[in-house]
Design a protein around this ligand. Structure first.
Ligand SMILES: Cc1cc2nc3c(=O)[nH]c(=O)nc-3n(C[C@H](O)[C@H](O)[C@H](O)COP(=O)(O)OP(=O)(O)OC[C@H]3O[C@@H](n4cnc5c(N)ncnc54)[C@H](O)[C@@H]3O)c2cc1C
Length: 482
C-alpha cells in the first residue's frame, strides 16, 4: 500500500459519510461517490423526512388535548381541535427544506474534513478500480487501496404495485404529495407502515392498514403492539388483520387493493376481498441495493436476497473491500449503518475496533406513543431473566401531559441482576430508552439503575421505579394502583 491509504466509498448515506469522516481523521485520502446529495436515502427520503412529517402529525395530536389543558381560540370558546386542519403542501415543503439543509450541512462537514465528493453512479471494474458516471457528465476512474460499499437499500415492490407518485406510493415518492389523501390504504404493518398509518390518521385521513399478522409490529413486544393497536383505533384507523395484498386496480379517482387471508405471513386460499381507497402506500420492506455495482468483477460474494455478507468489522470476503449499512441486510437502521461504516475504516486503517454488539442496538418506532426497545427479548432467549412491566398511568409527569398510554419494561438476569434489555412505550420513548441502552451496553445492574437519581417529576422516573421493583423494593408514587 502507498504511504497514504486511498479509500473510495460508494454511497453517501450514514454508512458512507460517517466512514468518510473517520477515514479522513486518520489521514487517509478519501473519495465519496454518491448519485444524490450526501446523507443518502436516510437524510433525503427516509429517516429525516419521515420524522419531520411525524412532528407535524404530533402537532395535530396536541390540538386534541388543548381544550382540556385550558387552551381556547381567541374568543375563548372553541375547541381548536375542531377547526385545525393540515396543509399537506406546507408540511411537505417544510420536510423537503429540512432534508436539503441537513444534506448541505453534511456535505460541508465532509468537505471541510478534506474528503473529495464526486456526484455520480459508481461501480467496481475490479478490486482496486471504481468507474464513475458523473452527474455533471463524463466519467472518472478512481484507484483505491480500500473500497467501502454503502449503497443502501430501496423499497420492495410487488408485481402489481409499481408506484406512480399520484395514487400509488412507496416511502420514496410519498413526499411529492400536495394534498391529504382522503382514504389511504397502507400495506404493511412493520415499523414504516405503522409510522405512516399513525401520521396520516392524525392528519385526518381515513386509514386502512393491511397487516399480514394478527398483531401489528411483528417482532416487537406484543404488549407494545397492543398499545399501538388501541391508539390506531382511537385515531379512527381500521386494521385489516391477517390479510395480504395480492392485486391492485387503479381508476381516475382512486385505487383498490385486493387482499387475501394470510396465515403465518403467507397467502392462504379463499376469502379474497377488495379494500377501496383514494391512495395506497406500500411499506413492505427494503431490498439491499447491489444491482450494477460490479461486485462480481471484484469477486465480492452476494446473497440471494442481494445483501453483501460481512463480519463484525464489516469485511466482505475480499480483504480490501468492506460493506456497511442496509446493503449488508443486517438491522436496517441509520445508527447501525454509521457504526458499521466507522468500524470498517478503523479496521482498514489498523485501529483497534470491537465488533458490533447486536444485543445493544436500540431501535424506535415513531408511532404515537413511540415504541423503543433494546437488548434481549425474553420470548426469544434462553437466558433466565426477571421482567417488570410498569404502566405509565401512575407517573405524575405523564398525568400532567396526558401521556399515560404506555409502559416501561426492563429485563434483568436472574441472580446477578444485570440489565439485559427493555422496552419503553411512551411519548419520547426514543430518548427514554437511552439509560437502558447504556445499562445493556455497559452491563450495569438493576441496582445501579435504581440508585441513579432521576428528576421529579419526569417520565424517566418510571425507569428508576421499574429498576426498584426488579430489586423487590416497595412500590412508589410511579406505580399505579392494581
Ligand atoms: C421510511 C423510512 C424511515 C426510516 N426511519 C428510520 C429512523 O427513524 N431511524 C433509523 O435509524 N433508521 C430509519 N430508517 C432506515 C435508514 O433509513 C437506513 O437504515 C439508512 O438509510 C441506511 O443507511 P446507508 O448508509 O446504508 O444507506 P442509504 O441511506 O440508503 O444511502 C445510500 C446512498 O447510496 C446511493 N447509491 C446507491 N448506489 C450507488 C452507486 N452505485 N453509486 C453512488 N451512489 C449510490 C443511494 O442513492 C443513496 O443515496 C428508515 C427507513 C425508511 C425506508
Amino acid at each position: 500500500m502507498p504511504d497514504t491509504t486511498r479509500i473510495v466509498i460508494l454511497g453517501g448515506g450514514p454508512g458512507g459519510y460517517e466512514a468518510a469522516l473517520v477515514a479522513a481523521d486518520h489521514g487517509a485520502d478519501v473519495t465519496i461517490v454518491c448519485n444524490e446529495g450526501l446523507g443518502g436515502n436516510s437524510v433525503l427520503w427516509d429517516c429525516v423526512p419521515s420524522k419531520a412529517m411525524i412532528v407535524s402529525a404530533e402537532a395535530m395530536g396536541w390540538m386534541q388535548s388543548a381544550y382540556r389543558l385550558g387552551v381556547r381560540d381567541t374568543q375563548d370558546q372553541d375547541d381548536i381541535a375542531g377547526t385545525a386542519s393540515v396543509n399537506m403542501a406546507a408540511v411537505m415543503d417544510r420536510v423537503q427544506s429540512l432534508a436539503e439543509n441537513q444534506s448541505r450541512d453534511i456535505t460541508q462537514k465532509v468537505e471541510k474534513a478534506g474528503v473529495r465528493y464526486v456526484q455520480g453512479i459508481g461501480r467496481l471494474s475490479d478490486r482496486e478500480t471504481v468507474e464513475v458516471d458523473r452527474a455533471e457528465g463524463g466519467s472518472a476512474t478512481l484507484q483505491a487501496d480500500v473500497v467501502l460499499v454503502a449503497t443502501g437499500s430501496k423499497p420492495r415492490t410487488l408485481k402489481f404495485s409499481e408506484p406512480d407518485a399520484e395514487r400509488v406510493f412507496t416511502s420514496r415518492e410519498l413526499f411529492s404529495l400536495r394534498e391529504l389523501p382522503p382514504r389511504l390504504i397502507v400495506v404493511g404493518s412493520g415499523a414504516t407502515g405503522a409510522e405512516y398509518a399513525h401520521a396520516f390518521a392524525r392528519f385526518g385521513s381515513e386509514v386502512h392498514l393491511i397487516s399480514s399478522r394478527e398483531q401489528v409490529l411483528p417482532g416487537e413486544d406484543p404488549d407494545a403492539a397492543a398499545v399501538i393497536e388501541d391508539s390506531f383505533e382511537r385515531w379512527g384507523a381500521m386494521i385489516h388483520r391477517r390479510k395480504r395484498a395480492v392485486d391492485m386496480e387503479r381508476s381516475a379517482d382512486g385505487v383498490r387493493v385486493k387482499v387475501a387471508p394470510s396465515r403465518a405471513g403467507e397467502v392462504a386460499p379463499g376469502g379474497e376481498e377488495w379494500v377501496e381507497g383514494t391512495h395506497v402506500l406500500y411499506c413492505i420492506g427494503q431490498v439491499p441495493y447491489t444491482d450494477g455495482l460490479g461486485l462480481d468483477s471484484a469477486g465480492v460474494e452476494v446473497q440471494d436476497n442481494g445483501a453483501i455478507p460481512v463480519d463484525g468489522v464489516s469485511r466482505t470476503n475480499v480483504r480490501t473491500i468492506y460493506a456497511a449499512g442496509d446493503v449488508t441486510g443486517h438491522m436496517m437502521l441509520a445508527s447501525v449503518a454509521a457504526m458499521q461504516g466507522r468500524n470498517a475504516m478503523w479496521h482498514a486503517l489498523g485501529q483497534a475496533v470491537s465488533p458490533i454488539r447486536w444485543d445493544a442496538v436500540a431501535a424506535c418506532i415513531f408511532t404515537s406513543p413511540e415504541v423503543a426497545s433494546v437488548g434481549l427479548d425474553p420470548q426469544e432467549s434462553d437466558v433466565p431473566m426477571h421482567t417488570v412491566h410498569l404502566p405509565l398511568q401512575g407517573n405524575p409527569r405523564a398525568k400532567m401531559a396526558e401521556h399515560t398510554e404506555g409502559f416501561v419494561k426492563i429485563h434483568a438476569m436472574q441472580g446477578s441482576g444485570t440489565v439485559l434489555g427493555g422496552t419503553v412505550v411512551s411519548a419520547g420513548a426514543s430518548d427514554l430508552i437511552m439509560p437502558i441502552t447504556v445499562a445493556v451496553n455497559s452491563r450495569l445492574t438493576v441496582q445501579q439503575l435504581a440508585q441513579t437519581f432521576s428528576i421529579y417529576p419526569s417520565m424517566s422516573g418510571s425507569l428508576q421505579e421499574t429498576a426498584r421493583l426488579l430489586l423487590g423494593e416497595p412500590a412508589g408514587e410511579y406505580n399505579p394502583e392494581p
